[in-house]
Write a protein that binds this ligand. Structure first.
Ligand SMILES: [Zn+2]
Length: 142
């Protein structure tokens, strides 16, 4: 299970609507593990470097990721996942997402956007040998 607070979810939903009809993307910082409860502590927006190539893709700024790793070092927090939106597509990982998944430990948060309005948000993690995604429970707290 992964937990985030309502304000963080709202940040992601707002970004998803603002980027429409393109995809938004960003990184998730948190602490804990999937087995004992992963808690998101920070939502870090990234420019979508692939936005001009189509509305069905995203690319997170690598420098943002490198900078975060450097900043968080060996502290209690780490980069635990990423988020992006699916404009006029369901909140489920696409084939492109599977091809682009580079780290089996990362959580994927996907927010569907329907006609410009943020809809469902779901969480996923790569299963076994990276053949597919498995949905995990997402808990929103106040
Ligand atoms: Zn996607």
């Amino acid at each position: 299970m992964i937990t985030l607070d309502r304000r963080q979810l709202q940040e992601i939903r707002d970004a998803a609507e603002a980027a429409y009809p393109a995809e938004c993307c960003g990184l998730l910082v948190g602490r804990g593990g999937l087995s004992d409860g992963l808690r998101i502590t920070r939502v870090v927006p990234s420019p979508n470097l692939a936005a001009e190539e189509g509305n069905d893709r995203f690319e997170i700024d690598t420098e943002l990721l490198v900078g975060l790793h450097r900043e968080l070092k060996d502290g209690p927090e780490r980069v635990v996942g990423l988020y992006h939106s699916h404009p006029d597509h369901p909140a489920a990982p696409s084939e492109r997402d599977l091809e682009g998944a580079w780290d089996p430990k990362l959580i994927w948060l996907i927010t569907a956007v329907e006609d410009g309005r943020a809809a469902r948000t779901t969480a996923h993690v790569l299963e076994g040998e990276g053949r597919g995604f498995e949905e995990i429970a997402l808990r929103v707290v106040d």
